[in-house]
Write a protein that binds this ligand. Structure first.
Ligand code: HXC
Length: 257
């Protein structure tokens, strides 16, 4: 891997991927996205991993797709490269993804953070969809996920002006989960990950899938989907263990079976 670092597992069941093109503020070129996709796919299949954290560095989570790589492209080049197939694969990752964001999360960087399931931010985080300022518009979900997260008014303002918003504004708008001082955003992401990692991984995956279904379905379809997953979890050993442990007044030990 050239543009991402897979950190040695510091805590059980938690994997940490760092985007690593610091000189370019982690601009997401095609190779970085392919490396990220391949790594996430492998981690999704690894029983020793239950939660995945994606971070950049203190200055930038990612300042967007690589403008220099895109600048000379034609529409047909873009069509043939089909860069969004990597994004489609990342969307299918079943394990929870936590974005640990400090500094710039712009354009594709903001979209990548929003593709994650939760966002922990440092006080210096800045979110924006500035594509309009370079003559294009968001292409990896910015007009859709941002609007669902923050509502029409703020999404329109961000997408049509390209303005950035602060971590505080992002929290108020419901885009992110938590703000902490810069020196603590990774610690906080690990704390959140650890809380989830001790739960039943099967229940966590199905719960994630069900919450995401809320964005793609009618209420009736979503409720139906939720109910099927709820029933399905009664086929798991973790359901037996979780309920038994409750009745025996002891902490459960979940195995993912
Ligand atoms: C390529 C980038 C880049 C990007 C920064 N750099 N963003 N290179 N693509 N998206 C490079 C700069 O060219 C520069 O390298 C180095 O990173 C440092 O950036 P500076 O601009 O010197 O830093 P600063 O003055 O602190 O400004 C930071 C910034 C600015 C406000 C984040 O860099 C910026 O506006 N970047 C572009 C943000 C953007 O428009 N993102 C949306 C991209 S389109 P050199 O070598 O030149 O000094 C997009 C479409 C998504 O994301 C579609 C789906 C994937």
């Amino acid at each position: 891997m050239e543009f991402i670092i897979i950190h040695q597992q510091a805590q059980p069941y938690i994997a940490h991927i760092q985007l690593n093109r610091p000189k370019e503020l982690n601009a997401l070129n095609l190779q970085l996205m392919q490396e990220l996709r391949d790594t996430l796919k492998a981690l999704d299949e690894d029983d020793q991993v239950r939660v995945i954290i994606i971070s950049g560095n203190d200055k930038a989570f990612a300042a967007g797709a690589d403008i220099k790589q895109m600048a000379g492209k034609t529409a047909i080049d873009m069509y043939n490269v089909d860069q969004f197939s990597t994004w489609d694969t990342i969307k299918k990752i079943k394990k929870p993804l936590i974005a640990a964001v400090s500094g710039f999360a712009l354009g594709g960087g903001c979209e990548l953070a929003m593709l994650c399931d939760m966002i922990v931010a440092s006080e210096s985080a800045r979110f924006g969809q500035p594509e309009i300022r370079i003559g294009v518009m968001p292409g990896a979900g910015g007009t859709q996920r941002l609007t669902r997260a923050v509502g029409k008014a703020l999404a329109m303002e961000m997408v049509l002006t390209g303005r950035f918003i602060t971590a505080e504004a992002a929290l108020q708008a419901g885009l992110i989960n938590k703000i902490v001082p810069v020196e603590l955003y990774l610690t906080e992401a690990f704390r959140l990950a650890a809380e989830i990692a001790q739960l039943s991984p099967l229940a966590v995956k199905m719960a994630k899938e069900s919450v995401l279904r809320a964005f793609d379905s009618t209420l009736e379809e979503g409720l139906h989907f939720e109910r099927k997953n709820f029933y399905l979890l009664f086929a798991s050993e973790d359901q037996k263990e979780g309920m038994q442990a409750f009745m025996e007044k002891r902490p459960p030990v979940f195995t993912g079976k």
